[in-house]
Design a protein around this ligand. Structure first.
Ligand SMILES: C[S@@+](CC[C@H](N)C(=O)[O-])C[C@H]1O[C@@H](n2cnc3c(N)ncnc32)[C@H](O)[C@@H]1O
Length: 222
């Protein structure tokens, strides 16, 4: 019997702002990539062989766009299910005239499985994945050993997987999952200092002021 897969997101299509809706309608055909059950030729998508970074769960897109703008020598593929967030990201791509950032609006578990070839990536970013704080929901957390292994397989040797979370028990679970994966090794001793390329978000700055922690976890493929 086919069982519905456990999803790491709740499908709240949410409300579009008028600007997000317009961006979604007008810009998705320009900067979006349709989900397909076939490996993506990333060099062809971006028209060059530059290092490719996958970002899972780009949210409203500000951080993703800022990172891509600051690294014009790398190409970024964002994956996000939330349509208003995709609209927000598309607007940023247009306003900042970014040629090194594209988006797929689809479940990242399927995108990774179907569209990303083994060894294709120089890096993977997963910033503030939904924490699913209730114990009975932990099974919905994105970063668990089987998916971590799928991600590790998509990295080229030396490529990195960088996660950040403000939930202490999720941070510990991510650290454990990455440590247990035979393809990965920790780039730090345990938690990593925040790499300069990840800007502090407004939300994070506020949290830090209130004494809340944020944990960065950075591993490399052996
Ligand atoms: C808590 S938000 C964080 C957004 C952003 N990274 C940030 O730091 O502000 C998590 C995001 O991941 C997205 N997400 C969760 N599971 C996903 C999946 N399987 N595929 C794509 N996006 C997903 C959610 O829609 C949401 O926008």
């Amino acid at each position: 019997m086919l069982r519905r897969p456990i999803r790491s997101f709740a499908l709240r299509q949410g409300r579009f702002s008028p600007a997000q809706r317009r961006a979604h309608e007008e810009l998705l055909p320009r900067f979006g990539i349709a989900f397909a059950e076939a490996p993506l030729d990333l060099a062809a998508v971006f028209g060059r062989p530059a290092p490719k970074i996958l970002e899972i769960g780009s949210g409203m897109g500000e951080t993703t766009a800022a990172i891509a703008q600051a690294a014009p020598d790398r190409d970024f593929l964002a994956v996000e299910v939330h349509a208003p967030g995709v609209g927000g990201l598309l607007k940023q791509i247009d306003e900042r005239a970014l040629t090194n950032l594209r988006v797929i609006q689809h479940d990242a578990a399927e995108v990774v499985a179907q569209m990303i070839a083994p060894g294709a990536l120089a890096g993977i970013h997963v910033f503030f994945p939904d924490p699913w704080p209730k114990k009975r929901h932990h099974k919905r957390r994105l970063l668990q050993p089987p998916f971590v292994h799928e991600l590790a397989l998509r990295l080229a040797p030396g490529g990195y997987l960088h996660a950040a979370t403000d939930w202490v028990d999720y941070a510990a679970a991510i650290l454990a999952a990455l440590t247990a994966d035979p393809l990965l090794e920790n780039a730090a001793r345990d938690y990593a200092p925040r790499p300069d390329y990840r800007p502090l978000t407004k939300f994070e700055r506020r949290g830090l002021r209130l004494g809340h922690g944020v944990w960065d976890i950075v591993f490399r493929r052996r």
